[in-house]
Design a protein around this ligand. Structure first.
Ligand SMILES: Cc1cc2nc3c(=O)[nH]c(=O)nc-3n(C[C@H](O)[C@H](O)[C@H](O)COP(=O)(O)OP(=O)(O)OC[C@H]3O[C@@H](n4cnc5c(N)ncnc54)[C@H](O)[C@@H]3O)c2cc1C
Ligand code: SF4
Length: 510
């Protein structure tokens, strides 16, 4: 054999760089489901089903195209626990001239793979992952010498680079770069949200569901009602479903939350984009076509494209620029354990219950639930960054370290000092009330802050403002909060702080 080509579980892309110039006559592919990767965190059961099933379908497709694929299916009794174990055995048997792979998205495994040549005694060629729009080097160059890194400016570079929503004379379509101000409507049931896209599990997926139910029974979540796409063809159908039925309202209701609807007008495409079933640029181009053909308004299409070529690329750039030290950041000095209800959803706070319960059932919650409900609560409560980061990495079907970590540690917890936002996204219950109907179903009263039934977010918000005065008082975007705090009567401030202290002592009972 000439080359042994390793394809990882999030590299399910037929033209992944590792496969370029490869020859099915001389080269072979290896793919592996191993316990070290499946169990290094408490991955949601649906996430494991999605990845194992998508890997098995991808391997079958490669075989149909004439490839030899050595597929190591998960076996709890296998002596091979790690990818290296599997590769070592294959190298021993096939004696390839070289192992080839595409760079891994996660720092931990990437660092390990970069050492493999030492123990394998064959060269290991690691090729760039060019499914992203900006290379790591390009991002580092952009970041160099800048006092502050702001997504908005990086995003404009990506618009110029891709030409997405740009006029022929180089201006942003519609005259503005960003239509976020138009994207903050509350959703009151109309227009109705589209039904979510569904694929019924085939025999391969049913086998994996059985495996996961047997072997990963102690993991978070459920396999019930698994309906994710597991092939590129079905992921394309999910994209078409989103473009036709949800994209036109995506912008208007991007920040909305609903007690009744899990998915609203979101795309639910991140699980597919992140494992390689969909190409991020292709997804954006398809959305842009819907704008030019008059099928979706500019605020929706720009908002959607910004999430992918702006935020998604930006967080990846930050991750590779700052790892591995980034993962240890805790600039607000948080030391509280993650409340247990993050794993059960058993809390009287309706917004938290609904976000966590959707997460448990679906392996999915939309961005505003992640940011302004479960994230906001962890920020206000001062939860240790590593515990809340572990939770986000475990519970979402789209979660990979490179995208989860900057979103959680940076955007939500402000533990990195502010790469992902010039101020923390801290908010009281009023924000949740404005953007959702949760509060009318809640045992707490959102209009109260100090009473026994008062919404916990309210007093915790002021406690956060008070305890981080030194961190944020000088921030021009936070000045008004401090003026509001100082303007309150001393008795009121004392009552708010006392209520917050009680809440912090009793988080697990809320
Ligand atoms: C605390 C926290 C943790 C998160 N962890 C992850 C994660 O592990 N994996 C992940 O893919 N996203 C993560 N996000 C970002 C975002 O919430 C999800 O990408 C989004 O909810 C996925 O659902 P969707 O496909 O319906 O997205 P849509 O709302 O339809 O957005 C379209 C696409 O934009 C991209 N996108 C949107 N926002 C972001 C963002 N902030 N960062 C990166 N990509 C973005 C995704 O690819 C998404 O599919 C996190 C956000 C927060 C606040
Ligand atoms: S009252 Fe507070 S805890 Fe209850 S749903 Fe509203 S914001 Fe959430």
């Amino acid at each position: 054999m000439r080359h042994l080509i390793l394809i990882l579980g999030d590299q399910l892309t037929p033209d992944i760089s590792a496969l370029r110039e490869a020859d099915p006559e001389q080269d072979a592919i290896v793919m592996a489901e191993v316990s070290d990767e499946a169990s290094y965190t408490n991955h949601h059961k649906k996430k494991i089903v999605l990845l194992f099933s998508a890997m098995r379908h991808f391997a079958r497709e490669l075989e149909n195209n004439g490839w030899t694929v050595h597929y190591h299916a998960y076996d709890p009794d296998s002596p091979h626990h790690s990818l290296l174990d599997v590769i070592r055995e294959r190298v021993g048997q096939d004696q390839p001239e070289k192992v080839i792979t595409t760079e891994c998205g996660e720092y931990r495994l990437d660092a390990a793979i970069r050492q493999w040549h030492e123990s394998l005694n064959v060269p290991v060629e690691i090729r760039p992952d060019d499914r992203f729009i900006a290379t790591k080097r390009e991002f580092a160059r952009w970041a160099e010498g800048r006092k502050q890194l702001r997504m908005e400016f990086f995003y404009r570079e990506m618009r110029r680079k891709t030409g997405l929503l740009m006029t022929p004379d180089g201006n942003p379509e519609g005259g503005e770069w960003n239509y976020d101000a138009d994207n903050r409507k509350k959703w009151t049931g109309k227009p109705p949200a589209p039904a979510s896209f569904r694929v019924e599990p085939d025999a391969i997926t049913r086998d994996v569901i059985e495996l996961v139910d047997d072997t990963f029974s102690d993991h978070f979540g459920t396999t019930d009602d698994f309906h994710f796409a597991v092939t590129a063809g079905d992921a394309e159908a999910a994209l078409a479903h989103f473009l036709d039925f949800a994209l036109p309202c995506f912008g208007d209701y991007q920040d909305a939350m609903s007690d009744q609807e899990d998915w609203l007008f979101h795309s639910i495409l991140s699980p597919y984009i992140n494992c390689g079933l969909l190409d991020p640029l292709g997804v954006c181009e398809a959305a842009a076509r819907h704008y030019y053909s008059g099928q979706a308004p500019l605020n929706a299409v720009e908002g959607f494209i910004r999430q992918i070529i702006g935020w998604r690329e930006f967080v990846r750039g930050i991750y590779w620029l700052l790892m591995p030290e980034y993962a240890k950041e805790n600039r607000l000095g948080n030391d509280r354990d993650l409340p247990w209800f993050y794993w059960t959803g058993e809390t009287g706070m309706r917004c938290m219950h609904k976000a966590i319960d959707a997460t448990r059932r679906n392996g999915y919650a939309h961005h505003i639930q992640r940011l302004m409900v479960t994230g906001n609560f962890a920020l206000l409560a001062g939860v240790k960054p590593e515990e809340i980061c572990d939770w986000y990495l475990a519970v979402y079907a789209d979660a990979y370290d490179w995208v989860e970590l900057p979103n959680t540690l940076g955007m939500v917890m402000h533990a990195d000092g502010g790469y992902l936002g010039s101020k923390p996204y801290a908010a009281s219950g009023k924000y949740i009330q404005r953007m959702s109907d949760y509060c009318s179903h809640c045992r707490y009263n959102v209009s109260e802050a100090t009473t026994e039934d008062a919404c916990p977010f309210n007093a915790l918000y002021w406690h956060f403002i008070h305890r981080h005065r030194r961190d944020f008082e000088g921030n021009p975007r936070m000045g008004m909060m401090y003026r509001n705090w100082d303007r309150q009567k001393p008795e009121r401030r004392d009552a708010l702080l006392a209520r917050a202290e009680w809440l912090l002592e009793n988080l697990n009972t809320l």
